[in-house]
Design a protein. Sequence first.
Length: 262
Amino acid sequence: MPAPADAPAPADAPAPADAPAPAVGGHAEDRDTRPQYVLPLVVRLERTDPPARTDALETSARAVLTLLADPRVTEPDGEWAERVAAWEDARIRKVVRRARGGEWRKAGELPGITVTGPGGAEVRVFPPVPLDGWPKELAKLQVSGTDLDDPEPPGPAPEGVPVLWLNPALEMSAGKTMAQTGHAAQLAWWELDGPQREKWAAAGFPLAVRTAPTTDWPALTDGRLPVVRDAGFTEIAPGLTVALEGGTVYCPTPRLQRSRPH
């Protein structure tokens, strides 16, 4: 599968900590002339009880999948179907903001879906909004500086699930990395047929996010697997950020035939 195309933001757009995202298809010039949308995600980040980084990254990916599988998107007359279609027809952008306390409660009053990770991370995803038309409750939330840590290194990925492998050479904020894992999850969704999507959705979209071993990264990005390519407008230089390796039970997208622990 070819790598997804970069989606640079307009010159007058702010520089949030989201990755210029994969685009669906067609010429870049065509996508740039269409109305531009962004998919907002908000992570709950309380001062006294922040989520673990890996839990937040995995929950962000699952939030994107949950929205894509929602009947309000998948049904032809769904409430969000037209907006998601317009978003996918242009440049695909995701922006991760953070909220706590009253900000989080107000964000929860807007139409969207909150997904909770096994460790308690909470991410709310909203239907796409125009690039310059954010709801005021979301527009005021902070983008930069979303940094999280794992109390303990994550263990091996569970058997049978897809793994979103992070580029080991990059240092990204948690917010930017959450956008990247959301992009990779969307690539996974596009790879699957209807029954495969239904099976994965019914199980709650199990997946894993791990940093790739340095020795594995060349094989993960040699063209056999879907990858996310960042255009380099924020935090990092242009290049590959996430490789999607399919699972054996859920999301059976391409995977490497080699012996190594997840």
